[in-house]
Ligand binder design. Structure first.
Ligand code: SF4
Length: 233
């Protein structure tokens, strides 16, 4: 019995500016909450029967003080982060703190692909893969998110995907890039979003790709069609 689940924010925003990320407007500037306030909130949640926390931070940066505080508390948690920002000893601390799930946006399995997505990642694919495998030694579920990039050679992608999966790290088949209205990609294609921004982004996504995800068999419907069925116009 894990207890109730709850969401907590230790920080919001992100100092990076990846081209595909829906970050402009509200998830942009990185700001961190006061450490004591976060820990007090977690203690109140635990007292209310919470046994699992999901940190909804856009990017859960390594914060030694928070991780050390969590080691002493009976609570599990999940995070989304960038694996390139973690050192092996901090990954060990992350596991000891109770982390049971890491979603790491790797996006592309090549240096060129990551550069195309403006990922500003300083590590090579081999080092990233080693960190993910290391993380998996301490955390039971580790996922490397992948986005389809034309720069990526399919054979190379398959090689690294297989390597990660063989070492217990889940790596999805690369998914197509969705130009969220709040992303730098959208602004580059169409400028500032207007009232039809989501319809435009969605149409572009449907027109650009035939296959969407290895866990989604059916083709998504156009937004206008979905809106017509619920709003009567
Ligand atoms: S994808 Fe992740 S690292 Fe990149 S800007 Fe968005 S939150 Fe930050």
């Amino acid at each position: 019995q894990v207890g109730f689940g709850a969401e907590v924010e230790a920080s919001r925003g992100c100092p990076y500016n990846c081209s595909f990320c829906a970050k402009i407007d509200f998830r942009d500037a990185y700001r961190r909450r006061n450490h004591e306030a976060v820990v007090a909130e977690i203690d109140r949640l635990i007292a209310q029967g919470v046994g699992y926390i999901y940190f909804i931070d856009e990017i859960f940066l390594p914060q030694k003080a928070l991780l050390e505080a969590l080691v002493d508390r009976d609570v599990k948690f999940g995070v989304q982060t960038r694996i390139d920002l973690w050192k092996p000893e901090l990954l060990e601390l992350l596991g000891a703190a109770g982390c049971v799930s890491i979603e790491a946006g790797l996006e592309s399995l090549t240096v060129e692909g990551r550069a195309m997505l403006a990922k500003r990642c300083r590590l090579g694919t081999e080092e990233l893969a080693a960190l993910l495998v290391d993380a998996r030694r301490h955390v039971p579920f580790v996922q490397a998110n992948l986005i389809g990039v034309v720069e990526d050679d399919p054979a190379l992608v398959e090689h690294w995907r297989t390597h990660l999966i063989d070492h217990g790290v889940w790596a999805n088949e690369p998914v197509p890039l969705y130009p969220y209205p709040s992303s730098p990609s959208y602004r580059e294609l169409w400028g500032e979003p207007d009232d039809l921004a989501w319809e435009r982004a969605h149409d572009h996504y449907l027109a650009s790709f035939q296959k969407f995800s290895d866990i989604q068999e059916r083709r998504p419907r156009p937004l206008a069609e979905l809106e017509a069925t619920c709003c009567g116009h």
